[in-house]
Design a protein around this ligand. Sequence first.
Ligand code: TYD
Length: 205
Amino acid sequence: MSVFITLEGGDAAGKSTQAAALESWLVEQGRSVVRTREPGGTDLGVAVRELVLHRKGPVAPRAEALLYAADRAHHVATVVRPALERGDVVVQDRYLDSSTAYQGAGRVLDADEVRRLSLWAVEGLLPDLTVLIDLDPRVGRQRRSDRTAYDRLEAEQDDFHDRVRAAFLDLAAGEPDRFLVVDGELPAGQVQAAIREAVRPLLRR
Ligand code: TYD
């Protein structure tokens, strides 16, 4: 049985570390795993990622939303759906909840419209489980303080990241069956243990 797991949260919440650890554990369980990410999980996506994250100068909010949605449409059609059809487990760093939170609450577009745009892009594909690693953006900023280059979204002010965080928590509260919320300040091992506990029942279906 295929399983589609996404990880969400602010920058530096530890998503990629957790995704890598989850992948290793799933492989130990004998599962085929595709670990991927948005934006940038395909060759087209790498180009979109460059445009949307590293372009000098502004990108209109609706253009930004459409670029993420375009990346997502291509990624789901060419990577995610084929993997799920093979019965693989897909572990994905960011998905449509990121657009609802960043472009909706962050850029102040209508969150329902942004979500509908993504749902159209992916023909309604929702994850079986979404892990929200919740972290105060100030803690995230400190964790990254050794990194010099910020992308266009990371460079936004604290109030932008506070709105994004609140939007993620609202999404999780609205769909408690799909979401697991984990405290991103916990040690990485404890975060991973909570994730595995939520994933285990999905492997038995
Ligand atoms: P990510 O790859 O997690 O960044 P990093 O490589 O710094 O860990 O995500 C890139 C940025 O894109 C991140 O700031 C969040 C943003 N983003 C959106 O605004 N909307 C989206 O739909 C997605 C997928 C990401």
